[in-house]
Write a protein that binds this ligand. Sequence first.
Ligand SMILES: NC(=O)c1ccc[n+]([C@@H]2O[C@H](COP(=O)([O-])OP(=O)(O)OC[C@H]3O[C@@H](n4cnc5c(N)ncnc54)[C@H](OP(=O)(O)O)[C@@H]3O)[C@@H](O)[C@H]2O)c1
Length: 276
Amino acid sequence: MSDTPTQLDFNDGKRAPQLGFGVWQIDDVHAAEAVETALQTGYRSIDTAAIYGNEKGVGDGIARSGVARSEIFLTTKLWNADQGYDSTLKAFEQSLRRLGTDYVDLYLIHWPTPAKDRYLDTWKAFLRLRDEGRIRSVGVSNFQPAHLDRLLAETGVTPAVNQIELHPDFGQRELVAYHAQHGIVTESWSPLGQGGELLQQPVLVELAKRHGKSAAQVVLRWHLQHGYMVIPKSQTPSRIRENFEVFDFALDAAAMQALDALEAGHRIGPHPDQLQ
Ligand SMILES: NC(=O)c1ccc[n+]([C@@H]2O[C@H](COP(=O)([O-])OP(=O)(O)OC[C@H]3O[C@@H](n4cnc5c(N)ncnc54)[C@H](OP(=O)(O)O)[C@@H]3O)[C@@H](O)[C@H]2O)c1
């Protein structure tokens, strides 16, 4: 097996590293340090959002790392309050300014917020920014099939990615099947179940022991082998490195099934139909 980090192909002809680095709940100062450590470790994909309040730190970390911007796959997200055509264009400029870049690789609508009913206009602004070359790929986050169906019906443009809550005890099988049918890449957020009880599950502990790896590494392998993009977060340098060392082993079919069997419908975050 090759130790080389894997890439995934998008429906728009672009590609992205399958494993990235998430920075939710890291403040601006520490985000710069964490991003610098991640890039020096070998990560080439960073996932932030306007609402995380650390886009400036992410930009500083990229600048400090010495890694060329062109080698980095950078994702940010439009916050709910900024949904709408003109407000999206404005919020995007502000994100670029904070990030210190003139394009993003992937821009996501953070939540559909269906009660606002603005995600269609927001999507149209995304398509304009993509046509101008300032967003390389357009995507969404926390979208349900009904929201995706509407984007497709009204604009004919399928998102490259839907970033959703997904971990072994919340496998989102229906949504994943929808993505597969429509050529949308599934990207897992909170892939480690936020480092909580999931990592103590006996089956995981046993598999970790068998492979000489940590429970977190086994979970990340599960995401990779399912074909998901995955963006674990850590503020701890040793864990940032640990979470990248997942390309030198593989889970067999029985191990994948044992992890699939952890499914418990255990959603941690809000339901996307309810968040305003
Ligand atoms: N689109 C959305 O709505 C949405 C929502 C949530 C998250 N996200 C994205 O997804 C990323 C990841 O999700 P997340 O931050 O919620 O949770 P996560 O990556 O599942 O878990 C992060 C937690 O696990 C701990 N951890 C990391 N590596 C570990 C390891 N090897 N062993 C044990 N514990 C470990 C971290 O602790 P330390 O930091 O202390 O090391 C942190 O407390 C976010 O950073 C963000 O970029 C997106």
